[in-house]
Design a protein around this ligand. Sequence first.
Ligand code: SF4
Length: 438
Amino acid sequence: MRRPDADRLIFTNHHQAKCLEFDTVFICDAVEGVFPDLRPRDSLLGVRHRMDHLPSDPADYTAFRLQEERRLAYTAMTRARARVVWTATSVGSEAGRGVPSRFLPLVGGVATLHELATSPPERGRPVSPREAEAGLRRLASDPTAPAPRRLAAVAALAAGPRWRMRDPVRHAGIAGRGRATGLNGSELRLSPSEADGYARCPRRYAIERKLNQAGDSIYARFGSVVHEVLDQVESEAMAQGKRHADYPTAVQRLDKIMDPGDFGGEPFAAAWRARAREGLARLYNMWPSTATPVAIEQRVSFDLGDVTWRGRIDRIERDAAGVRIVDYKTSKTPVQLTEAAESLQLGFYALAAGADAELGKHGEPVAAEFWYPLVAAQKSLTTRALDMHNLPALGRRLIELGEAIAAESWDPAPGDWCERCPFASSCPARPEGGDQFA
Ligand code: SF4
C-alpha cells in the first residue's frame, strides 16, 4: 500500500485544486480558448441575462469572464509550495495550432509572448541531470564562489551517477572554446537557404553548414524524393509542350523513384508514399497557375557584393505579365504571409532570374511564390508570395549576410527556434549549454 506522504501525481482541475497544496503545480494546455476559456457559461435559455450581478453587454461579460479565469490562475499558482510550471501545446487544438495563452507573458513577467519565447530563462534550478551537471561544473570551477559551495559541488559531481549525471572519472568535462574562424575555406559561395539559416542563428548555421553537423533527416529525404518526381515529370511535360504533367504520371514516377529502404522499410515507407501521393493529387487537382513553363530545376547564380550566390529554382513560368518563379515546399505548415513577403530565398531567385540573360528573354520577374502541396486545402492550393517591392531591401540584406558570413561572425541568436536546436546543450546562449567546465 502506498504511503500517504509518498510522491505521486495528482490530476485535478482548477476548481477542485482549491484548498490543496503541492510541491510542484503543472498548469497544462495554457492556450487561448482553453485557459483562459472565454466562452459564455450560458444555458440554452440564456439564464445569465436574468442574473443581475452578471454584465449583460457582451464585451463587459467577456471582461468579467477573463477576470474569473485570472482568479482561477491565481488560485492554481498559489497551490504550489515550490514551483509552478505552465505548458502550452498546439497538439490537439481545433485549428491545428494553439495560440499560447495571454496569461503566459503575465506569469513570465515580460511584456509580450515574443519576449517570453526569445529570452532564455535565467539560470535557475536544473530540470535535467545534464543541466544539473553543467551547473555543478560551473560552480566547481568558479573562483569567485565560496570554497564550501565549490567543494560541495565537487562532492555532488562525484556522486553524479547516482543522480543520472555522468561519471566524473570517465567524463572530465569539455575543452575550453577554441577559435571560431577558418571555417569558410578559400572560396565563399553561398545559397539562399544558407542566408535563411544564417539570418536565424549564425552559430547554428556554422555548426550545421560549415562543420557539416546537420545530420540526416527523413523529412529532407522525403522532400528530395518529391522534388525529384516533380523535376522529372515536369521536365518531360514541358518538352512535350504541356503546361504541366498529371497525377497518374507523377505517381508512377514516385513508385519508381522511392526506395523504401530510405524510409525505414515497409510499412513506414508506405505511410510516406501515401503522404507524397496525397500531395501530388492536391497539386495536380488544384494546379494554381495558368502560365507556361520555361525552365525546370534551373541553376542560377548572382554576384552580390563580393560573394557569389548560387541556387536552383524549382520552376520558372511566363505569362503576359512576365516571369513567375515557383518553389515547391513539402512542409505541412506554410510560412506566415509576412514571412513569405520578405523571403530571402524568393528574393534571391527573383534577383537572379532578373539578372540572367537567357531568362531575360521571357521578360522581367513579376512574381515569386512558394507552393505547398502537402498543406490540406479545400478549394485552392496553399501558396505564399513574395512582395516584389521588397526586392531592393532583400538585395541589401543578402549583401549584409554575405559580409557577416565572410567575416566569420558566428554569435548565437536565441529565439523560439532554440527549442528544436540539437546544439542547445553546447550553446552559451542557453541555460543548459555554456562552458560546462572552464
Ligand atoms: S540554441 Fe538557439 S542560439 Fe544556440 S545555437 Fe541553437 S538556435 Fe542558436
